[in-house]
Design a protein around this ligand. Structure first.
Ligand SMILES: Nc1ncnc2c1ncn2[C@@H]1O[C@H](COP(=O)(O)OP(=O)(O)OP(=O)(O)O)[C@@H](O)[C@H]1O
Length: 262
């Protein structure tokens, strides 16, 4: 196997506990260049934990992770230069303007100020944010902030993009643009690791879906392949089936009866 055929991410025997709580119980995964992975699972399943370990934000774990062929525990953080990350909750610098924030991030990635400014400005225009480029981020709406975070994750032209619920707050037009951007990036060989609870979108954009439950991978394949193995026609149905969740109606009825009982 030559170097170009090597998986871009390899995870072997990944285990992670917080105190006595075992969160990841042996994750094994090879991700190929150009894949859009939909990484899904119930609340608390360990999706963000897996991503944070890959980003080097959590250092203590059992198992081996290679990104771009390098073991990430070797102390060399160079690989991070080729990664983009949109966290579920972004701490962005409210008192900075869009321009200040994005050029700052661009410079952290090694771009010079003018290159970062030009790129950020063009991307802000394409996301309809040109008018607020010089306004403080504290004045942005939720969706506007989210777009600024997405732009910041793209400034370094990353080879792997980790997205944790990236569309929250974004309007339908922007979602449409962003979905196309992801498909286009993947077609150019970028790898996308996409975590979300919006099953309709995961179903549409991912060419490979990985479902974790109780710390283990319980499904891995294209949406069509998962459908073949299931009685369910939608990803939402497959998700319910594989996570053993059947009581939604009973739970809903109980909630309503408690609400009405006050
Ligand atoms: N720093 C931490 N300290 C202690 N427990 C943690 C920590 N981070 C995560 N956990 C626990 O690990 C489990 C997995 O959390 P994680 O955030 O990875 O889940 P998730 O699959 O991303 O969930 P969600 O869909 O709700 O975002 C949860 O039980 C959570 O409480």
């Amino acid at each position: 196997m030559n170097q170009n055929d090597e998986p871009i991410i390899t995870i072997r025997g990944l285990e992670k506990s917080f105190g006595t709580k075992e969160v990841l119980k042996g994750i094994n995964l090879d991700v190929e260049k150009g894949q859009i992975i939909g990484y899904i699972g119930p609340n608390g399943a360990g999706k963000s934990t897996t991503v944070k370990i890959m980003l080097g934000l959590i250092n203590e774990y059992v198992g081996e992770i290679k990104i771009f062929g390098q073991d990430i525990s070797n102390g060399n953080v160079e690989y991070k230069k080729k990664i983009g990350y949109v966290p579920e909750v972004a701490e962005i610098y409210d008192n900075l303007t869009g321009r200040e924030y994005l050029t700052f991030i661009g410079e952290l990635y090694g771009l010079d100020y003018d290159a970062a400014d030009e790129k950020a400005k063009k991307l802000m225009e394409l996301f309809n944010l040109e008018k607020v480029y010089d306004s403080r981020i504290s004045s942005y709406s939720k969706g506007m902030r989210q777009k600024a975070v997405i732009i910041s994750s793209l400034l370094n032209n990353p080879d792997i993009l980790f997205l944790d619920e990236p569309l929250s707050g974004m309007d339908a037009n922007s979602v449409m643009v962003f979905k196309e951007v992801l498909a286009e990036l993947a077609s150019q060989g970028k790898t996308i690791f996409y975590s979300s609870h919006i099953m309709e979108i995961v179903e549409k954009i991912s060419n490979r879906i990985i479902l974790i439950n109780d710390g283990k991978i319980v499904a891995d394949g294209s949406f069509d392949k998962l459908k073949e193995k299931s009685m369910e026609g939608s990803l939402e149905g497959i998700f319910n089936e594989l996570t053993g969740f059947k009581e939604h109606r009973e739970i809903a009825e109980e909630i309503v009866s408690i609400v009405q009982g006050v």
